[in-house]
Design a binder for this molecule. Structure first.
Ligand SMILES: NC(=O)c1ccc[n+]([C@@H]2O[C@H](COP(=O)([O-])OP(=O)(O)OC[C@H]3O[C@@H](n4cnc5c(N)ncnc54)[C@H](O)[C@@H]3O)[C@@H](O)[C@H]2O)c1
Length: 309
């Protein structure tokens, strides 16, 4: 049990803050209290802060300067993550949580690495599947069995996020993202969307892929799938990897990782991001039978430090 509760300051008060992080921290009140919420939109800052008993403001510096903020939670648009992570490291904060993606270029990621090493600041990235306790236990069992992955398939089929967001919170209208369609004949725009699909969605499954298959091999094909998704095939001499996603649809949420080896098959079904429903449901099947892995806490809850800061 921690000796005290740590103060959290949010940079960004949009849908991830409202529908994911505030509900998760509400389950961990003995460990964390939200003290500040910053958004460039004063109404979002004030209302989101009011809902969690924090102070709202429009100035990023308010979070950095406030000694009551020990942990900075960066939930702003992707393009400013790296700058804000670096600023929070330099401000002497004890821990930084940054929503994925941590950075949008390799140069940004390297700069974060240099800064965090110099300041000694731990950084946790909101790649919740990588922290999912049932997935972690199943992956450890796979490694212990010394199994090789011959085929990996990561699939994401989700309905509109609004379906979950409206159940998780009462979203502020001005924090809704404006989503544009993809003009079918505009190649530059489609490339931009493919980049967004990888940094926004495929990135969740990349740490999992690396668990089983540290060397990616060659990208054999890669296509953006409208309205929003991707189909990516990778291969090496030893293994084949397929990444497939499509949203939004009217189908039930289905976010799955399937890993096939010679003696074992692992299937992990992850709950959608906005649903606080415990861990993934993971099954390892082999000739001798099946083992099921399930835990009461989600990857987001599991990634939170368990001792006081
Ligand atoms: N892990 C997940 O499953 C998951 C799910 C959704 C979003 N995300 C990530 O969370 C982040 C936020 O996404 P969202 O859905 O909340 O977006 P959003 O557009 O709903 O909210 C972003 C908020 O950031 C504010 N903002 C803009 N510039 C800012 C700045 N410089 N400093 C502070 N705040 C600023 C905006 O006013 C807005 O309120 C993104 O990086 C996204 O990739 C992760």
């Amino acid at each position: 049990m921690p000796d005290k509760s740590s103060g959290v300051g949010f940079l960004g008060g949009g849908l991830a803050t409202q529908a994911i992080h505030i509900p998760v921290l509400a389950t961990l009140r003995d460990r964390f209290n939200i003290v500040r919420v910053v958004s460039p939109d004063p109404r979002v800052a004030a209302e989101v802060a009011r809902r969690c008993g924090a102070k709202g403001s429009t100035r990023e510096q308010d979070v950095l300067d406030d000694p009551a903020v020990e942990i900075v939670a960066i939930c702003s648009p992707d393009a400013v993550h790296a700058r804000q992570v670096i600023a929070a490291c330099k401000a002497g904060k004890k821990l930084i949580f940054c929503e994925k993606p941590l950075a949008v270029t390799r140069a940004e990621a390297e700069e974060i690495g240099r800064t965090a090493r110099a300041t000694g600041t731990p950084i946790v990235v909101g790649a919740m599947h990588a922290y999912d306790p049932a997935y972690r236990a199943a992956q450890a069992a796979w490694a212990e069995a010394q199994e090789q992955a011959d085929f990996i398939q990561a699939t994401v089929f989700l309905p509109s996020n609004d379906v979950f967001i409206n159940q998780a919170t009462d979203p502020l209208p001005s924090s809704r993202m404006q989503r544009a369609g993809v003009p079918g004949d505009d190649l530059a725009f489609r490339r931009l969307f493919m980049r967004g699909a990888i940094l926004g969605l495929a990135i969740h499954d990349i740490p999992l892929l690396r668990d089983f298959y540290p060397s990616v091999g060659t990208v054999v094909s890669s296509r953006f799938l409208p309205p929003f998704g991707y189909s990516i095939s990778m291969a090496s001499r030893d293994a084949q990897v397929e990444f497939l996603a499509l949203l939004p649809g009217t189908w039930p949420a289905d976010w799955r990782l399937r890993v096939m080896g010679r003696r074992h098959e692992l299937t992990a079904s992850f709950p959608p991001s906005y649903v606080l429903a415990g861990s993934a449901h993971v099954v390892i099947s082999r000739a001798q039978g099946t083992t099921v892995f399930e835990e009461p806490v989600s990857g987001y809850q599991a990634m939170c430090p368990t001792s006081g800061m």
